[in-house]
Design a protein. Structure first.
Length: 125
């Protein structure tokens, strides 16, 4: 599997990633690190506490990582949490709604990182 094929499989935007990281080898390096970088774990922990500052920080961090890598579906999904907890914004979602959205993000993230792992294994063989 090529890097472009991976991006097709994960519904990512390769052109966005190349515009940010400039070199395919940097995209490759950083996309392979995504499954272990802890952004999803941070969002899950923040969702457990329902602390607005932690939720904003975790969602914002995940949004940035995913945006830099051109993972548009994840960016769109986590943006809602980012804006829900952005300082100064009025909350619109219940805690239950927030947890449902975090769970949907987790499923999407797990699907994406599973395909990234397959890509990494195919490159190592």
């Amino acid at each position: 599997m090529t890097l472009r094929e991976l991006y097709q499989a994960i519904d990512g935007d390769y052109d966005q990633a190349i515009s940010v990281l400039r070199l395919e080898k940097l995209i490759d390096k950083h996309i392979r690190k995504l499954p272990e970088n802890g952004v999803m774990e941070g969002l899950l922990a923040a969702g457990q506490s329902m602390d607005p500052t932690q939720l904003f920080d975790a969602a914002h961090a995940m949004k940035g990582v995913c945006a830099n890598l051109g993972l548009k579906r994840l960016v769109e999904a986590v943006s809602e949490i980012t804006e829900e907890f952005r300082p100064g914004n009025t909350r619109k979602l219940s805690d239950e709604d927030v947890n449902e959205r975090i769970e949907a993000i987790r499923r999407m993230y797990d699907n994406t990182t599973g395909k990234i792992r397959q890509y990494a294994e195919s490159c190592n063989t």
